[in-house]
Design a protein around this ligand. Structure first.
Ligand SMILES: O=C[C@H](O)[C@H](O)[C@H](O)COP(=O)(O)O
Length: 302
């Protein structure tokens, strides 16, 4: 499966160059992903254009075996991330596969900036080189972002508590460490009070920014923590006090924060809930569509 798909018009120049540069940026970061490219108006089976092959060679790549393919709806739907060279390509992709909303960006947008990647088609070699440099800058930044969400952060979890949730801190952290995860902790010392929104905010922002793969929040009931964490864009906090709910929170809701209450559940059962949360795997499919709709609620249209 193509995990990261770069898309331009004909898939003979910009997108194969971007795929090659992004792949190299990942290798340099010790990361691996299936990277591919396609074109919204491509014919299948065309070689990369002569000048594209030439600049690729200058940068140390061999595009001679590249063959173009059309960015069909299935390909777009199945990719984890789709990076379009221009806003127009992005619009076309979303028209073709609206359910991919939230996974389709322009390359510049995903790289934290804006603008289209220039099309050098029919221009001299210097224009191709300029485009290559532009893509190189953007793919480096895109790889940094990919690393934040897929790199070492994959093993990092943040646990936060207030005075009433502190009782669960130890069993929760122990289960996470046993699972081989790196745990970052935040919360008051024994006997010190804390306002749960302050703690929830720290953990939720770490998750939303990709610094932590997920978070665990502990207060008296888990309710305040879950309400507060869910105010942070990109966070899906689930309040769970039984293993079934915890597993389903991952499987159906792709929850990235687990909230529990130290006045509701004991240390042993809390450990079981964390184990179930870790075991749960997001099922995608119809659940993916629904999670996209949750994300849509974060960007009201009026
Ligand atoms: O939802 C909120 C949490 O359960 C808090 O931990 C709780 O409200 C703290 O209450 P108190 O300040 O009375 O210990």
């Amino acid at each position: 499966m193509t995990q990261v798909l770069f898309v331009c018009s004909g898939n003979t120049c910009r997108s194969p160059l971007a795929a090659a540069l992004f792949q190299r940026a990942l290798v340099r970061r010790n990361l691996a992903a299936e990277v591919g490219s396609a074109g919204v108006s491509a014919s299948d089976g065309e070689a990369a254009s002569g000048p594209a092959q030439e600049v690729a060679r200058e940068w140390g790549f061999d595009l001679s075996r590249h063959r173009s393919r059309r960015a069909a709806a299935d390909l777009v739907r199945s990719a984890e991330l789709v990076l379009a060279m221009t806003e127009a390509h992005k619009r076309q992709l979303l028209q073709m596969a609206p359910e991919a909303a939230g996974r389709v960006f322009t390359l510049a947008e995903y790289a934290g900036t804006q603008g289209d990647v220039d099309d050098p088609f029919g221009q001299d070699l210097d224009r191709y080189r300029a485009t290559m440099r532009q893509i190189e800058t953007l793919t480096e930044r895109a790889a940094d972002r990919w690393e934040r969400s897929h790199g070492h952060a994959r093993d990092r979890v943040m646990v936060g508590w207030d005075h009433a949730g502190r009782v669960l801190r130890e069993p929760v952290v122990e289960v996470l460490r046993q699972a081989g995860l790196q745990v970052e902790e935040t919360g008051p010392e024994e006997g010190q009070p804390a306002d749960y929104p302050d703690v929830a905010r720290q953990v939720a922002e770490a998750v939303a920014s990709g610094k932590a793969a997920f978070g665990v929040l502990l207060c008296g009931t888990g309710i305040g923590m879950s309400i507060a964490a869910n105010k942070v864009r990109g966070v899906r906090a689930a309040l769970c006090h039984d293993p079934f709910s915890a597993r389903m929170a991952r499987a159906h809701n792709d929850a990235n924060v687990l909230a529990m209450g130290g006045r509701v559940i004991g240390p042993g059962p809390a450990g079981e809930v964390v184990r179930a949360f870790l075991e749960g795997k997001f099922e995608g499919g119809r659940h993916g569509r629904r999670v996209e709709k949750i994300a849509g609620l974060e960007h009201p249209s009026c």
